[in-house]
Write a protein that binds this ligand. Structure first.
Ligand code: ZN
Length: 332
Protein backbone atom coordinates (compact mmCIF):
# COMPACT_ATOMS: atom_id res chain seq x y z
CA UNK A 1 0.00 0.00 0.00
CA UNK A 2 1.20 3.52 -0.59
CA UNK A 3 1.29 6.39 1.83
CA UNK A 4 -1.53 8.03 -0.10
CA UNK A 5 -3.81 5.09 0.63
CA UNK A 6 -3.18 5.25 4.35
CA UNK A 7 -5.87 7.03 6.27
CA UNK A 8 -5.47 9.22 9.33
CA UNK A 9 -6.07 7.52 12.67
CA UNK A 10 -8.20 4.46 12.17
CA UNK A 11 -8.55 0.78 11.59
CA UNK A 12 -8.78 -0.68 8.13
CA UNK A 13 -8.81 -4.15 6.65
CA UNK A 14 -6.89 -4.11 3.38
CA UNK A 15 -7.02 -6.93 0.88
CA UNK A 16 -3.90 -7.13 -1.23
CA UNK A 17 -4.57 -8.94 -4.52
CA UNK A 18 -2.07 -11.64 -5.50
CA UNK A 19 -3.51 -13.56 -8.45
CA UNK A 20 -6.38 -15.73 -9.73
CA UNK A 21 -6.43 -19.44 -8.89
CA UNK A 22 -7.53 -22.22 -11.22
CA UNK A 23 -10.94 -22.46 -9.57
CA UNK A 24 -11.55 -18.83 -10.45
CA UNK A 25 -11.12 -17.52 -6.91
CA UNK A 26 -8.99 -14.47 -6.25
CA UNK A 27 -5.98 -15.07 -4.01
CA UNK A 28 -5.34 -12.16 -1.68
CA UNK A 29 -3.44 -11.35 1.48
CA UNK A 30 -5.38 -9.54 4.18
CA UNK A 31 -3.72 -6.82 6.27
CA UNK A 32 -5.26 -5.30 9.38
CA UNK A 33 -3.94 -1.77 9.59
CA UNK A 34 -4.09 0.16 12.88
CA UNK A 35 -3.00 3.72 12.47
CA UNK A 36 -2.45 5.70 15.68
CA UNK A 37 -3.26 9.32 16.30
CA UNK A 38 0.42 10.15 16.84
CA UNK A 39 3.25 9.87 14.33
CA UNK A 40 5.67 7.00 14.83
CA UNK A 41 7.19 3.88 13.33
CA UNK A 42 5.44 1.10 11.47
CA UNK A 43 5.62 -2.40 12.93
CA UNK A 44 4.60 -5.33 10.74
CA UNK A 45 3.41 -8.54 12.38
CA UNK A 46 3.28 -11.50 10.05
CA UNK A 47 1.92 -14.88 11.06
CA UNK A 48 1.10 -18.19 9.37
CA UNK A 49 3.71 -18.00 6.63
CA UNK A 50 3.47 -21.72 7.31
CA UNK A 51 -0.16 -22.73 7.01
CA UNK A 52 -0.12 -25.30 9.81
CA UNK A 53 1.07 -22.83 12.47
CA UNK A 54 -2.11 -21.18 13.59
CA UNK A 55 -1.62 -20.14 17.23
CA UNK A 56 -0.59 -16.59 16.30
CA UNK A 57 -3.64 -15.80 14.15
CA UNK A 58 -5.78 -16.61 17.20
CA UNK A 59 -3.59 -14.46 19.47
CA UNK A 60 -3.91 -11.57 17.02
CA UNK A 61 -7.58 -11.16 17.93
CA UNK A 62 -6.70 -10.26 21.51
CA UNK A 63 -3.68 -8.24 20.43
CA UNK A 64 -5.79 -5.96 18.26
CA UNK A 65 -8.20 -5.33 21.12
CA UNK A 66 -5.28 -4.16 23.32
CA UNK A 67 -4.32 -1.34 20.97
CA UNK A 68 -5.84 2.06 21.71
CA UNK A 69 -5.53 4.23 18.61
CA UNK A 70 -5.77 7.43 20.68
CA UNK A 71 -2.46 6.65 22.37
CA UNK A 72 -0.76 4.68 19.59
CA UNK A 73 2.28 6.26 17.96
CA UNK A 74 2.70 5.04 14.42
CA UNK A 75 1.12 2.12 12.63
CA UNK A 76 0.66 -1.57 13.25
CA UNK A 77 0.31 -3.77 10.17
CA UNK A 78 -1.02 -7.19 11.14
CA UNK A 79 -1.05 -10.00 8.58
CA UNK A 80 -2.85 -12.80 10.43
CA UNK A 81 -2.57 -15.35 7.65
CA UNK A 82 0.34 -14.67 5.32
CA UNK A 83 -0.15 -17.96 3.49
CA UNK A 84 -3.90 -18.45 2.99
CA UNK A 85 -3.33 -21.23 0.45
CA UNK A 86 -1.41 -23.48 2.86
CA UNK A 87 -3.67 -22.41 5.74
CA UNK A 88 -6.71 -23.61 3.81
CA UNK A 89 -5.14 -27.01 3.25
CA UNK A 90 -3.86 -27.26 6.84
CA UNK A 91 -0.33 -27.80 5.61
CA UNK A 92 3.00 -26.08 6.20
CA UNK A 93 3.61 -25.47 2.51
CA UNK A 94 1.62 -24.82 -0.61
CA UNK A 95 0.61 -28.08 -2.27
CA UNK A 96 1.44 -27.51 -5.89
CA UNK A 97 3.97 -28.66 -8.42
CA UNK A 98 6.31 -25.75 -7.82
CA UNK A 99 10.02 -25.54 -7.07
CA UNK A 100 9.26 -23.27 -4.15
CA UNK A 101 6.36 -24.69 -2.12
CA UNK A 102 7.62 -23.06 1.11
CA UNK A 103 6.59 -19.40 1.29
CA UNK A 104 9.23 -18.77 3.94
CA UNK A 105 11.95 -19.79 1.46
CA UNK A 106 10.52 -17.85 -1.49
CA UNK A 107 11.25 -14.19 -0.73
CA UNK A 108 13.07 -12.63 -3.64
CA UNK A 109 11.73 -15.37 -5.91
CA UNK A 110 11.20 -14.16 -9.46
CA UNK A 111 8.98 -16.94 -10.83
CA UNK A 112 5.22 -17.13 -11.23
CA UNK A 113 4.87 -19.88 -8.62
CA UNK A 114 2.23 -18.99 -6.06
CA UNK A 115 4.71 -18.67 -3.20
CA UNK A 116 6.93 -16.34 -5.24
CA UNK A 117 3.96 -14.14 -6.09
CA UNK A 118 2.74 -14.05 -2.48
CA UNK A 119 6.24 -13.22 -1.23
CA UNK A 120 6.44 -10.33 -3.71
CA UNK A 121 3.16 -8.86 -2.46
CA UNK A 122 4.26 -9.21 1.16
CA UNK A 123 7.67 -7.69 0.39
CA UNK A 124 6.45 -4.73 -1.63
CA UNK A 125 3.29 -3.86 0.25
CA UNK A 126 3.99 -4.86 3.86
CA UNK A 127 7.71 -5.32 4.63
CA UNK A 128 8.84 -2.31 2.57
CA UNK A 129 6.39 -0.12 4.53
CA UNK A 130 7.73 -1.30 7.89
CA UNK A 131 10.48 -0.14 10.24
CA UNK A 132 10.54 -3.50 12.02
CA UNK A 133 9.03 -6.94 11.47
CA UNK A 134 7.97 -9.74 13.79
CA UNK A 135 7.55 -13.11 12.10
CA UNK A 136 5.50 -15.62 14.09
CA UNK A 137 6.14 -19.33 13.90
CA UNK A 138 5.24 -22.10 16.26
CA UNK A 139 5.24 -25.81 15.93
CA UNK A 140 2.68 -27.46 13.68
CA UNK A 141 -0.17 -29.23 15.51
CA UNK A 142 1.29 -31.27 18.37
CA UNK A 143 4.66 -29.50 18.71
CA UNK A 144 5.56 -26.33 20.61
CA UNK A 145 8.50 -23.96 21.01
CA UNK A 146 9.40 -20.91 23.13
CA UNK A 147 12.29 -18.90 21.77
CA UNK A 148 12.81 -15.62 19.93
CA UNK A 149 15.32 -15.60 17.08
CA UNK A 150 17.31 -12.72 15.65
CA UNK A 151 19.85 -12.83 12.84
CA UNK A 152 23.51 -12.23 13.73
CA UNK A 153 24.64 -11.87 10.12
CA UNK A 154 22.84 -9.06 8.35
CA UNK A 155 25.55 -7.35 6.25
CA UNK A 156 24.57 -4.07 7.88
CA UNK A 157 25.80 -4.74 11.40
CA UNK A 158 23.65 -1.97 12.84
CA UNK A 159 20.61 -4.01 11.76
CA UNK A 160 21.86 -6.94 13.83
CA UNK A 161 21.90 -4.71 16.90
CA UNK A 162 18.42 -3.41 16.12
CA UNK A 163 17.11 -6.95 15.67
CA UNK A 164 18.69 -7.93 18.99
CA UNK A 165 16.95 -4.95 20.63
CA UNK A 166 13.62 -6.15 19.24
CA UNK A 167 14.29 -9.70 20.43
CA UNK A 168 15.12 -8.52 23.94
CA UNK A 169 12.02 -6.34 24.03
CA UNK A 170 9.85 -9.35 23.16
CA UNK A 171 10.72 -10.48 26.66
CA UNK A 172 11.02 -14.25 26.44
CA UNK A 173 13.76 -15.83 28.61
CA UNK A 174 15.72 -17.28 25.65
CA UNK A 175 17.03 -15.62 22.50
CA UNK A 176 18.53 -17.52 19.60
CA UNK A 177 21.03 -15.23 17.89
CA UNK A 178 22.56 -17.15 14.99
CA UNK A 179 23.43 -16.65 11.29
CA UNK A 180 19.93 -16.72 9.85
CA UNK A 181 20.76 -15.09 6.51
CA UNK A 182 23.79 -17.13 5.47
CA UNK A 183 22.66 -20.37 7.13
CA UNK A 184 19.12 -21.18 8.29
CA UNK A 185 16.39 -20.26 7.33
CA UNK A 186 18.44 -18.44 4.71
CA UNK A 187 18.39 -15.34 2.50
CA UNK A 188 15.02 -16.25 0.95
CA UNK A 189 13.26 -16.49 4.32
CA UNK A 190 11.18 -13.48 5.25
CA UNK A 191 13.47 -12.32 8.05
CA UNK A 192 16.55 -12.87 5.90
CA UNK A 193 15.10 -10.94 2.97
CA UNK A 194 13.59 -8.13 5.08
CA UNK A 195 16.94 -7.21 6.61
CA UNK A 196 19.31 -8.02 3.80
CA UNK A 197 17.36 -6.63 0.83
CA UNK A 198 14.99 -4.10 2.39
CA UNK A 199 17.05 -2.91 5.37
CA UNK A 200 14.25 -3.70 7.81
CA UNK A 201 15.28 -5.57 10.99
CA UNK A 202 13.20 -8.65 11.70
CA UNK A 203 12.87 -11.21 14.45
CA UNK A 204 11.16 -14.56 14.56
CA UNK A 205 8.95 -15.39 17.53
CA UNK A 206 8.73 -19.18 17.77
CA UNK A 207 6.43 -19.33 20.74
CA UNK A 208 3.74 -21.86 21.52
CA UNK A 209 1.96 -24.52 19.55
CA UNK A 210 -1.48 -26.06 19.12
CA UNK A 211 -2.77 -29.42 20.31
CA UNK A 212 -1.88 -28.92 24.00
CA UNK A 213 -3.96 -28.24 27.15
CA UNK A 214 -6.18 -25.17 26.80
CA UNK A 215 -4.50 -23.57 29.82
CA UNK A 216 -1.03 -24.07 28.39
CA UNK A 217 -2.04 -22.73 24.99
CA UNK A 218 -3.71 -19.69 26.49
CA UNK A 219 -0.49 -18.89 28.40
CA UNK A 220 1.43 -19.05 25.10
CA UNK A 221 -1.09 -16.74 23.43
CA UNK A 222 -0.59 -14.24 26.23
CA UNK A 223 3.20 -14.50 25.75
CA UNK A 224 2.73 -13.56 22.08
CA UNK A 225 0.57 -10.56 22.96
CA UNK A 226 2.93 -9.42 25.73
CA UNK A 227 5.86 -9.86 23.34
CA UNK A 228 4.37 -7.62 20.67
CA UNK A 229 3.38 -5.00 23.24
CA UNK A 230 6.96 -5.11 24.61
CA UNK A 231 8.34 -4.49 21.12
CA UNK A 232 5.87 -1.62 20.61
CA UNK A 233 7.06 0.00 23.86
CA UNK A 234 10.68 -0.48 22.74
CA UNK A 235 9.91 1.24 19.41
CA UNK A 236 8.15 4.15 21.15
CA UNK A 237 4.72 3.19 19.82
CA UNK A 238 3.20 2.96 23.31
CA UNK A 239 3.87 5.37 26.18
CA UNK A 240 4.19 2.55 28.66
CA UNK A 241 7.08 1.99 31.02
CA UNK A 242 9.81 -0.10 29.48
CA UNK A 243 10.18 -3.44 31.25
CA UNK A 244 13.78 -4.50 31.76
CA UNK A 245 14.25 -8.05 30.55
CA UNK A 246 17.12 -10.47 30.77
CA UNK A 247 17.62 -13.34 28.39
CA UNK A 248 19.93 -16.27 27.99
CA UNK A 249 21.27 -17.11 24.55
CA UNK A 250 21.06 -20.41 22.71
CA UNK A 251 22.80 -21.41 19.51
CA UNK A 252 22.88 -24.46 17.24
CA UNK A 253 19.67 -26.48 17.02
CA UNK A 254 19.60 -30.28 16.91
CA UNK A 255 16.35 -31.77 15.65
CA UNK A 256 15.30 -35.02 17.26
CA UNK A 257 12.52 -36.20 14.98
CA UNK A 258 11.37 -39.77 14.44
CA UNK A 259 13.20 -41.50 11.61
CA UNK A 260 10.43 -44.11 11.47
CA UNK A 261 6.70 -43.49 11.25
CA UNK A 262 4.65 -44.27 14.34
CA UNK A 263 2.97 -42.86 17.42
CA UNK A 264 5.11 -40.25 19.19
CA UNK A 265 4.77 -40.64 22.95
CA UNK A 266 6.42 -37.82 24.86
CA UNK A 267 8.42 -38.61 27.98
CA UNK A 268 9.24 -34.91 28.38
CA UNK A 269 6.29 -32.60 27.61
CA UNK A 270 5.35 -28.92 27.72
CA UNK A 271 6.46 -28.60 31.36
CA UNK A 272 10.05 -29.17 30.23
CA UNK A 273 10.05 -26.64 27.36
CA UNK A 274 13.25 -24.52 27.47
CA UNK A 275 14.51 -26.48 30.48
CA UNK A 276 17.94 -28.17 30.56
CA UNK A 277 18.43 -31.64 29.14
CA UNK A 278 21.46 -33.91 29.26
CA UNK A 279 23.15 -35.70 26.40
CA UNK A 280 21.53 -39.13 26.01
CA UNK A 281 18.45 -38.23 28.06
CA UNK A 282 15.27 -39.99 26.91
CA UNK A 283 12.91 -37.39 25.45
CA UNK A 284 10.21 -39.59 23.97
CA UNK A 285 9.40 -42.86 22.27
CA UNK A 286 7.88 -43.90 18.97
CA UNK A 287 5.73 -47.02 18.94
CA UNK A 288 4.09 -48.92 16.15
CA UNK A 289 0.31 -48.53 15.96
CA UNK A 290 0.33 -51.97 14.27
CA UNK A 291 2.47 -54.17 16.52
CA UNK A 292 2.44 -51.82 19.58
CA UNK A 293 6.19 -52.33 19.88
CA UNK A 294 8.50 -49.42 20.65
CA UNK A 295 10.38 -48.88 17.39
CA UNK A 296 12.48 -45.86 18.28
CA UNK A 297 13.71 -43.97 21.31
CA UNK A 298 14.22 -40.24 20.93
CA UNK A 299 17.23 -39.16 22.96
CA UNK A 300 18.95 -35.82 23.29
CA UNK A 301 22.10 -35.78 21.12
CA UNK A 302 23.73 -33.07 23.22
CA UNK A 303 23.40 -31.36 26.57
CA UNK A 304 21.50 -28.14 26.20
CA UNK A 305 18.03 -26.68 26.38
CA UNK A 306 14.88 -28.48 25.22
CA UNK A 307 13.67 -26.23 22.40
CA UNK A 308 10.65 -28.13 21.12
CA UNK A 309 8.28 -30.58 22.77
CA UNK A 310 5.49 -32.65 21.23
CA UNK A 311 2.17 -33.89 22.45
CA UNK A 312 1.20 -37.49 21.66
CA UNK A 313 0.47 -37.80 17.96
CA UNK A 314 1.01 -40.02 14.91
CA UNK A 315 4.10 -38.96 12.97
CA UNK A 316 5.53 -39.80 9.59
CA UNK A 317 9.32 -40.17 9.26
CA UNK A 318 10.94 -36.79 9.88
CA UNK A 319 7.86 -35.07 11.33
CA UNK A 320 8.49 -32.63 14.14
CA UNK A 321 8.93 -33.98 17.65
CA UNK A 322 11.88 -32.58 19.65
CA UNK A 323 14.64 -30.06 19.18
CA UNK A 324 17.57 -29.36 21.50
CA UNK A 325 19.44 -26.06 21.50
CA UNK A 326 23.07 -25.79 22.47
CA UNK A 327 23.80 -23.04 24.91
CA UNK A 328 25.50 -20.15 23.15
CA UNK A 329 28.86 -18.64 23.93
CA UNK A 330 27.37 -15.30 22.85
CA UNK A 331 26.96 -13.31 26.05
CA UNK A 332 25.30 -10.23 24.49
ZN1 ZN B 1 7.01 -21.92 10.54
Amino acid sequence: MTAAQLSDKGRAVRRLPVTTDLDGSEIEIVVNELRGSEPGPTLAIVSALHGSEWLAPIANIDLLSHVDLDTLHGTLLVVPVANPIAFASGTRNIRDESDSPDLNRSFGGKQAWLADQMARVLSEQVLAEADAVIDFHCGPWGAAMDVVGCPSDYSDTELNDRALGLARAFGRPFIRRVPMVSEFPGPKSMIGYAGEKLGVPAIVAEVGGVGFDAEVESAWKQMLIDGVLGVMVHLGMLDWAQIETTAEFVGAAHRVNPTRGGMVEPVLGAERLMKPVEEGELLGRVWSPYSFAVIEELRSPVSGVLGMVPTAHPARPGDWAYLVFERSSWAG
